[in-house]
Design a protein around this ligand. Structure first.
Ligand code: GTP
Ligand code: MG
Length: 299
């Protein structure tokens, strides 16, 4: 029997920071250029997202206009900040009132500390595409340190990610968030490790089918030296784009559009992505051998 785990996730940050944009891209199959059509969120938009069969994300996309923030903090404090598993706080890198944003964040942190002291905080420093490439890392680190200092009892546990809806950094951040929430990640990893040994894979990467986010991966042998450390989220981004293009050309809603299989064979490696279970796709990288390839696919 499947026991569903409900996890409440708050998505907060000031109005225009980009919260609904990322939610729509990660969970509702929007493409980046579509999000300009989104209006400001009024109060809280709730969505229940089924993830990997037994995880139910209870996502609260909280409109960031001042009046709403006041309301969450003063009139609905226990309702909003109670039973929270994860707070995702989005900072707009272009904001001209960074100090004020951090004060608002600190108020939210206090409410969380009071109502859900065991929660985990992820801070996303967002719209990094608007910063010159050279300045991104130093600016990100500077902001993250400043925000960490305002994180009270979450100071040592808060995680920071630079993000943009225009590249794969969005997937990198959300992959970490989802990984934190998956209840049986270590069981999945053990099984994936066994499968990797059976088919002698250099790497297996498990993707959730709806979001195309990586669930986990197993990397063996020489593959550990693969210099493309962003390959996991790059594939997420490719799968997502592909899904949207299938939807566009066939009329199948992007939510249900899925490819059958993709294969790449070269003299140095062989690679395929295929459906593994109802909720997952598996990407496999194996040594170059036709028999090995066929056996791996069957397994
Ligand atoms: P409220 O609902 O009012 O709290 O705002 P929100 O945080 O939900 O903002 P929303 O997602 O509606 O985005 C506001 C604007 O930011 C949109 O016009 C997006 O196009 C833009 N935006 C979102 N993400 C990015 C990004 O990564 N880079 C850039 N350049 N613009 C972004
Ligand atoms: Mg919004």
């Amino acid at each position: 029997s499947k026991r569903q785990k409900q996890r409440k996730v708050l998505l907060m940050g000031k109005s225009g920071a980009g919260k609904s944009s990322m939610r729509s891209i990660v969970f509702s199959n929007y493409v980046a250029k579509d999000v300009r059509r989104l209006g400001a969120t009024i109060d809280v938009e709730h969505s229940n997202i089924k993830f990997m069969g037994n995880l139910m994300l209870n996502l609260w996309d909280c409109g960031g206009q001042d009046g709403f923030m006041e309301n969450y903090l003063h009139h609905q404090r226990e309702h909003v900040f109670g039973s929270v598993a994860v707070l995702i706080f989005v900072f707009d890198i272009e904001s001209r009132e960074f100090q004020a944003d951090v004060i608002n964040y600190a108020n939210i942190v206090s409410a969380l500390e009071e109502c859900s002291p065991g929660a985990k905080i992820f801070c996303l420093i967002h719209k990094m595409d608007l910063v010159q490439t050279k300045l991104r890392q130093p600016l990100f680190e500077e902001r993250a340190e400043y925000i960490r200092a305002a994180s009270e009892s979450f100071r040592d546990s808060v995680d920071f990610f630079p993000t943009s809806i225009w590249d794969q950094t969005l997937y990198k951040a959300w992959t970490q968030i989802i990984y934190f929430l998956i209840p049986n990640a270590s069981t999945i990893e053990t099984l994936l490790q066994q499968l990797a040994e059976v088919i002698d894979a250099r790497e297996l990467i498990l993707y959730e089918r709806t979001t195309c986010l990586m669930v986990t991966h197993v990397t063996r042998g020489i593959e550990a030296q693969n210099p493309f450390t962003d390959r996991f989220e790059r594939i997420s981004s490719i799968l997502k784009t592909h899904k949207q293009s299938i939807a566009k050309h066939t009329g199948i809603p992007a939510g249900s559009a899925n490819f059958a299989e993709m294969q790449i064979k070269t003299g140095r490696f062989m690679f395929f992505i295929t459906r593994l279970t109802e909720n997952t796709n598996l990407a496999a990288s194996i040594p170059p051998s036709e028999q090995g390839f066929n056996a791996a696919r069957i397994n």
